[in-house]
Design a protein around this ligand. Structure first.
Ligand SMILES: NC(=O)c1ccc[n+]([C@@H]2O[C@H](COP(=O)([O-])OP(=O)(O)OC[C@H]3O[C@@H](n4cnc5c(N)ncnc54)[C@H](O)[C@@H]3O)[C@@H](O)[C@H]2O)c1
Length: 294
């Protein structure tokens, strides 16, 4: 397929481009960053520079695509003014999706976020009703980033109502790769009280890229939402014991697939996309949360 990947120079986009190309797709990469004005290396995807908050640029990029993977966004609400995050993320999603609907692109993969239920950047304390959190959990976002992701998922609902496009929203947990595992997860591997805001969950970027390929290739109709989190928690701690120790009975404990389960369930992605994550923090870090040598 001809697949357009937005946010292609970011953490997630880069891994998605490589995984889609390795799966045999013809990838067009797009981002805000400048192109390199040199001869393309063999296997290097086509690159187009575009600011997707501009509808014309979004339409120019999406034209002729058979699938769109939309990963472009400001990935956090803390380093930009709130209205910048909200406007950038929501309008980029609106424009890319609008272009896909108008050009009759059959498949849209929307990179949403685990923050949609209310995790991570809430101004007032947020606790999920139950854990592991799944796609049935009510959504109670507070901050501009999670709100834009929440509205982005609603844009997908509207798109499948008004056209034949098929949409999949992936809600990745906190994305990790060889360059940031130790910095992000090391403290929590050493000490479970250093819980990430997502109930000790995380996702390896290459497992996420595998999920993106499956979503791009999927025939699922309508709009489906999937959490994408590694099945284990960062640190391999006993999840039931940790939940009780830090939250008492304020979060209902639901059945666990394994004792060291993540606080986010990826059972639906396994069931409907056939996604089977292969990596763990243990491949990168030792028991002290330090990068494995060699
Ligand atoms: N990093 C995480 O832990 C995490 C977790 C859940 C969801 N996500 C989502 O995954 C996606 C990718 O995040 P990432 O971690 O790779 O972030 P990133 O910042 O590394 O990459 C995002 C890319 O999007 C591009 N971009 C932003 N606004 C744009 C615009 N208006 N037009 C064109 N390109 C634009 C940026 O230039 C950047 O290269 C985002 O949608 C993010 O919200 C990330």
């Amino acid at each position: 397929m001809r697949v357009v990947v937005t946010g292609a120079h970011g953490k997630v986009g880069r891994a998605a481009v490589s995984a889609l190309a390795a799966a045999g797709h013809e990838v067009t990469a797009t981002d805000l960053t400048r192109p390199v004005w040199e001869r393309r290396e063999p296997g290097e995807p086509r690159y187009v520079q575009a600011d997707l908050t501009d509808a014309g640029q979004a339409f120019a990029v999406v034209r002729e695509a058979e699938a769109v993977v939309h990963a472009a966004a400001i990935p956090d609400p803390t380093a930009n003014a709130p209205q910048v995050v909200f406007q950038n993320n929501l309008m980029a999603t609106f424009n890319v999706l609008e272009a896909a609907v108008r050009f009759g692109v059959p498949r849209f993969v929307n990179i949403s976020s685990e923050t949609v239920p209310g995790f991570f950047f809430a101004e007032r304390s947020f606790l999920p009703d139950y854990a592991p959190v799944d796609e049935e959990h009510p959504t109670r976002p507070q901050d501009p980033y999670a709100l834009a992701k929440h509205f982005g998922e609603q844009l997908m609902d509207a798109a499948v109502r008004r056209s034949d496009i098929r949409c999949i929203s992936l809600r990745p947990s906190w994305v990790q790769h060889e360059g940031n595992y130790e910095r992000n997860l090391g403290p929590q591997v050493r000490d479970s009280s250093q819980a990430g805001a997502g109930l000790w969950s995380y996702i390896d970027v290459y497992d996420l890229a595998d999920a993106i390929v499956l979503a791009a290739e999927s025939d699922l109709p309508g709009h489906e939402v999937f959490y994408i989190a590694s099945p284990d928690n960062a640190g391999g701690h006993d999840f039931a014991a940790m939940l009780h120790r830090y939250f008492g009975d304020r979060i209902e404990l639901r059945p666990l697939a394994r004792p060291d389960a993540s606080g986010i369930s990826c059972a639906k992605a396994h069931r409907l996309l056939g996604w089977a994550p292969k990596r763990s923090w243990r491949d990168y870090l030792d028991e002290n949360g330090r990068t494995r040598q060699g």
